[in-house]
Write a protein that binds this ligand. Structure first.
Ligand SMILES: [Zn+2]
Length: 616
């Protein structure tokens, strides 16, 4: 196979051969080819050489396009291939844009274990490696999904990567002398992170569900997993449940825990993506061809076998299945099983409690979510007109807009907005009209449909102390007090004093002489809310707390100057005073304070001061 690329569909690059790097039965895998990011067109050609058979049919071309390019282009490529080749089925597989799958390399899978011929238990490492993988990947078209839990103890506080490495070790090295790899195709942790499992990519047969034969004896009810004997009428049905299934295991024990929203959303998104790739309709039931063996010394008529298995009715726990039989190849007859859902759980097809008593009833929800992976309740913060700063004990308000990114319409009493202080503590901004300490505001609209914006009007009352406050906002389902996925956001809010100022400048020189009588002009800006009255005074202090050493003509105590005019918020206030420097030369620090009546104007920290050298 050769590929070439073009930006405009007219001028083409050279042809690049897709070097074969892996072969499995009928399937060949090429090396990754790199084309410039500006490429918009790709052509593919297949060339037969003299060793190939006369007639070649291309069964299927899988094109894996890595992240930059999205699905529409892949579809275009498929269409153009379909015109030129005899393509029976073409699948495009694009790396998911919103799903991150943590690769084996990222969870530090030791790839030597897949080639391990003998385990050195003293060193806890692979002793001898074989050149071939112990369990070479066999690829089957993906048809359905089997959900598991990993059981064991509570895993909430464990490192998920380490847990996965342990499962890998258990499956690859320990169980039955080691399978040679991990048995799950994907693993999902409690945070909804998705990890690559079994080596070989999609369709690689894993080992997560019982694969052995069940025995059916004519005239007896049901099946058992004991091997069939040779007595007349034994029918052995091999359930190849791992071939063509994607085994997804969730880290956790759902006999004791409940699957959280993140876990459910991750499973649903993963299945949705893989079902698109494999062109499976998740609403359909799945058909399976399973090998059957007739264990009878004198053989059996196909018709008898068929009715025998049909009569057994329930083959899989709780699932009413029907069968057809295919004796086209009399040596390897097949039973075609109809009626399995495309998403099942381990206990549907095996004697196990997996994936747990709490999780099993959630399977219908998983199926629904996988068909439409947008969760029913999901939201995203859009914008806010909340004030960035408020004055102490002063009321203000703002509007918050939150988008309904879920699949369900919100009615007024369905969801409410709650406001918390940092760390989900009760808010210090609670105002009179709040419904409770967390606010619990309902949106203004009567209904907010999916993708629409909900508007919340939020009244606030600033606390009585100035400072920076972190707020946490989140939407909740009112009925069960559960937080809506994706809705949480934070805001920092500054709370200022009403009487607040900022030092702007001083006209006093850095050095003065003892005999001088300099005039000092000090400028402050009113950065508070309140207007400063004309009686506002400038006070000067020594570091000791005593009245400043620079006495003024009019100074009594600390007071050095009076404002004499009102100064509104945002305006500058100028204090002018004539100073008498101290008699003794030296370096003096003057600390300034402003007071409007009994109210000290907050000038921030550290205190406002200037250093002045006094020379003889
Ligand atoms: Zn299981």
């Amino acid at each position: 196979m050769f590929l070439r690329s073009s930006n405009d569909g007219k001028i083409w690059s050279d042809w690049y051969e897709t070097i074969l790097f892996y072969k499995n039965n009928q399937t060949r895998y090429g090396e990754i080819l790199f084309f410039p990011a500006s490429s918009r067109y790709v052509q593919i050609k297949a060339v037969a050489d003299e060793h190939d058979p006369q007639e070649i049919t291309i069964q299927k071309i899988n094109i894996n396009i890595f992240p930059e390019i999205k699905t529409p282009l892949a579809e275009k490529i498929i269409k153009s291939i379909a015109n030129k080749f005899k393509v029976i089925q073409a699948l495009a597989q694009t790396a998911a844009t919103d799903i991150k799958i943590i690769s084996r390399a990222e969870w530090n899978a030791n790839e030597d274990w897949r080639f391990c011929a003998s385990w050195d238990s003293a060193k806890n490492t692979c002793g001898t490696k074989s050149p071939d993988p112990k369990w070479p990947p066999q690829i089957h078209p993906v048809k359905k999904f089997v959900i598991h839990h990993t059981a064991g103890s509570n895993t909430a506080n464990a490192d998920p990567k380490e847990l996965i490495r342990n499962i890998y070790l258990w499956h690859a090295i320990v169980i039955e002398g080691g399978w040679g790899d991990i048995g799950y195709n994907y693993i999902i942790d409690q945070q909804g992170n998705i990890y690559e499992g079994r080596f070989g990519g999609d369709g690689a047969q894993a080992g997560h569900t019982f694969n052995g034969p069940y025995c059916k004896r004519i005239g007896t009810a049901g099946l058992d997993a004991t091997p069939c004997g040779v007595s007349k009428g034994d029918v052995e049905i091999g359930y190849q449940m791992n071939a063509g299934t994607v085994g997804i295991a969730v880290l956790g024990n759902f006999n004791t825990e409940i699957a959280n929203e993140k876990v459910k959303a991750a499973i649903a998104k993963l299945i949705n993506l893989k079902s698109q790739t494999a062109q499976i309709n998740l609403n359909d039931t799945a058909d399976w061809s399973v090998p059957i063996k007739v264990k009878s010394p004198d053989g059996m008529e196909p018709g008898i076998v068929e009715s025998a298995v049909r009569d057994s009715g329930m083959l899989l726990t709780g699932k009413n299945l029907s069968f057809d039989f295919d004796f086209t190849d009399p040596i390897n007859p097949l039973a075609v099983v109809h009626g399995l859902p495309t998403i099942i759980s381990h206990r549907d097809v095996d004697r196990t409690s997996c994936p747990g008593d709490n999780f099993y009833p959630q399977l219908e929800e998983i199926r629904r979510l996988a068909i439409n992976p947008t969760t029913e309740y999901e939201a995203k913060f859009e914008s806010s007109t909340l004030p960035a700063a408020m004055y102490v004990s002063k009321a203000d308000s703002g509007e918050i807009k939150i988008r309904n990114t879920g699949s369900r319409s919100w009615l007024k009493a369905d969801v409410d907005l709650r406001i918390f202080d940092n760390g989900r503590k009760p808010s210090l901004f609670k105002d009179g009209p709040w419904n409770d300490p967390a606010g619990r505001f309902f949106f203004e609209q009567t209904e907010v449909k999916p993708q629409e914006l909900a508007t919340f009007k939020v009244p606030l009352m600033a606390p009585q102390y100035a400072g920076m406050y972190k707020h946490e906002f989140a939407l909740f389902k009112t009925a069960d007090n559960s937080e809506i996925f994706g809705s949480a956001f934070d805001r920092e809010m500054r709370v200022d004093e009403t009487h607040q100022g900022e030092f702007i400048s001083s006209s006093l020189r850095a050095a003065v002489k003892t005999v001088w009588r300099p005039t000092m002009k000090l400028t402050f800006k009113n950065t508070g809310f309140a207007t400063w009255s004309k009686n506002t005074v400038l006070e000067i202090y020594d570091p000791s707390g005593a009245p400043g050493a620079f006495k003024t003509k009019t100074q009594s105590g600390y007071t050095a100057a009076k404002l004499g005019a009102t100064v509104k918020s945002g305006e500058n206030a100028i204090f002018t005073t004539k100073l008498t420097p101290p008699k003794n030369p030296g370096i003096y620090k003057q600390i300034f304070k402003l007071k409007d009546g009994n109210k000290e104007i907050w000038l921030g920290r550290p205190e406002v001061s200037i250093m002045t050298r006094v020379d003889k």
